[in-house]
Design a protein around this ligand. Structure first.
Ligand SMILES: Nc1ncnc2c1ncn2[C@@H]1O[C@H](COP(=O)(O)OP(=O)(O)OP(=O)(O)O)[C@@H](O)[C@H]1O
Ligand SMILES: [Mg+2]
Length: 239
């Protein structure tokens, strides 16, 4: 992203959400974006996904790349089974049924929901529904996976478990991930780098490289190395 600025216009009112955002994301990188509520994090993801155009600045990327987007309020269609939900993006794309379902099964296995293949969303826990939403985003093999606070509403142990799973999926699939959260601990646990945004209009206060082993385990949470990095970023966040 190069010098991105975004001004929302609703009626006569103008709201500047982003101010001069520049960041390079490497292929295969896990970048987290943290910042206060309402600062412009979701706006950044929407611009990357080409759902909205920046007012100024540009995004440089291959033309044909696809993004998988796990929205802040991801919802599964309640009248479709889990496998039918996961296969939906491929169905919309017009992929032939057999191929679509074989890819959907693969994505379902990655998030370990095989047992619930034919269950309906109401039969799943909140965390499992999030995993299904992640599988739905993974299914058409996107170069970039955008995740907008996917675990914001979950209790701590479930969130930690899913953090470990996301790390496992990331290592397994070599995807580029851009992950939005306002949980600094989660950002440090998951990422190669963490971008800290200011209050709205968001600019990047700092990008911090995370020094932790590639495979993240729950033991890391108690390590001095992890805690130090969390404290450092928390300080920048609240400055
Ligand atoms: N479609 C829109 N029209 C007008 N203003 C908008 C629109 N979408 C977002 N905004 C405003 O832009 C700002 C940034 O919104 P955004 O959703 O990007 O924040 P966020 O950092 O994702 O917040 P949260 O952490 O609460 O999800 C907010 O002040 C919001 O009111
Ligand atoms: Mg948001």
């Amino acid at each position: 992203m190069q010098n991105i600025e975004l001004v929302y216009c609703s009626g006569k009112k103008q709201v500047k959400a982003l101010d001069n955002i520049s960041v390079d994301v490497e292929k295969g990188e896990f970048l987290s974006i943290v910042g206060p509520s309402g600062c412009g994090k979701t706006t950044i993801l929407k611009i990357i996904a080409r759902l909205i155009n920046p007012t100024k600045g540009k995004i440089i990327k291959p033309d044909d790349f696809e993004v998988g987007y796990v929205f802040q309020n991801s919802t599964l269609l309640k009248w479709r089974s889990i496998i039918d939900n996961i296969a939906l993006p491929l169905e919309i794309k017009g992929i032939e049924k057999q191929e679509a379902y074989s890819k959907a099964e693969e994505a379902m296995n990655i998030v370990e929901l095989e047992e619930f293949r034919d269950a309906y969303p109401k039969d799943l826990s909140g965390g499992m529904r999030h995993r299904a939403a992640i599988a739905r985003a993974l299914v058409y093999d996107p170069e970039i996976l955008l995740m907008d606070e996917p675990f914001g509403a979950l209790d701590e142990p479930t969130r930690l478990k899913l953090n470990v799973e996301i790390n496992r999926i990331w290592i397994k699939t070599h995807r580029t991930v851009i992950f939005v959260t306002h949980n600094v601990g989660e950002a440090v646990f998951l990422s190669n780098r963490v971008a800290v945004l200011s209050k709205r209009p968001a600019h990047i206060k700092k990008i911090i490289k995370i020094d932790l082993p590639k495979q993240r385990t729950l033991e890391i949470l108690d390590s001095e190395k992890y805690i130090k990095q969390v404290l450092k970023i928390r300080k920048i966040f609240s400055q």
